[in-house]
Design a protein around this ligand. Sequence first.
Ligand code: HEM
Length: 452
Amino acid sequence: METTVISTQPVPLHPGLPFLGNTLAFLRNPLGTLHTLQQNHARMVHLRIGGRNQYLVLKPEDAKHVLQENNRNYGRSPAFEVLKIFLGNGLLTSDGDFWRRQRRLAQPAFHRQKLAALTQTMIAESADWIDELKGHNPKEPVNVSQAFMDVTMRIVCKTLFGSDTTGKLDGLSTALDTLNYLANKRMLSPLKFPYAWPTPNNLRSKRARMQVDTFIYGLIEQRRKASEERDDLLGMLLSAEDEETGEGMSDQQLRDECVTIFSAGHETTAVSMAWTIHLLTNHPDVLARLKAESHSVLGDARTPAPEVFRGLTYTLQVVQESLRLYPPAWIMSRKAFNDDHIGFYTIPAGDTALVCPYLLHRDPANWPDPGRFDPDRFAPGGPKDSLHPYAYLPFGGGPRLCIGNQFALMEMQILLALFVRQFDLKAVPHQRIFPKPLITLRPNQSIWVTLN
Ligand code: HEM
């Protein structure tokens, strides 16, 4: 029998400390360390972080290999275990055949035609939010990080549960936000007490979980009894049936998907909006062009018709360029089931592959002067169009591409256009803002601006 011999070379190991490897460097300065790796390695580098072997791929072709071409060789890395406690077994945390079935069921709820129905809700919620902001004293700066967190949470709750949240939104949002906050905290903490232990954080999260579950299960029961279909996301998920088996989702599954969509769907968008405002207040020329577009495309209507927003081409470019510089999902990790051969290198079975949108988006080989904010990179026929598709991946890639990517882009265009149409923005002086890579890539502090 003929056997294929695969010639391999060891992946260059980034120097580190005995036992600790590269853990301290990553804890102290993750982004600086990543830049050093990009400068010193061509294709792949082997790291030892938290006692695990991790292989960072540096080229778009190899990111495509891991996320798309050989995706069946990869599953969720151990990092996702913490999220499971809070999110259950939803789209973000599940794997294999179970995930495939869930994705098939949920996908139609995010199709373009369905999105059109949700767009109306996004516009209405954004307009209410702008009205509230208009009530602020113009001399007092506004914390836009918090303001965008509030509005994206309202949008995701309304698009998920429709009018069923009326009057209950505050309690529900607070409970969902508590779960989200505690998941983040637990993920980052080196000391994780078992979830069964009655620590203050565990008790707090159980209370919040119970509140959320009571609400969601109650709603599911009510909706199952009612005969009419509703076009919010929960209605779409409730009516989803597997094309192959005709089966729908169980109540537990619906609950897990709702909490997942809530968590995955609001913080990322809010953080990206805050970054966008930061970039704009530092680039008055871009801001002026954006403002002009919002006035000419949207006119004066308080809630312009959904189709009008499609004309916001420069707004979309601004959003895309902001997601290039500050991709909220700055790094993605995958566990290899079997050895994976990439060129001369091998990612061994059981180890982790890392794909880092933050680095790929700042690779000078693809993005000249990568630190410069220039939305014209994304102009139709512009430089982005000639790049490898995986040189830009704020929403990931392959079968696990963010299911909410069109939702997010639409939401960000609506929010941004209505916001800059209404207000003149000015940064509060002397803020020293830099990226802080937590689960999402956040600014190191809240961003404050004055609105006139
Ligand atoms: C700017 C906003 C957003 C960014 C940057 C973003 C980014 C991402 C990325 C990179 C992934 C893939 C993670 C991986 O492969 O490990 C992902 C997955 C996911 N996102 Fe988003 N996302 C955003 C907004 C949203 C919204 C608005 C929703 C829902 C309304 C959403 C729901 C999800 C879900 C459910 C998954 C898991 C999909 C799966 O594995 O099948 N995201 N997101």
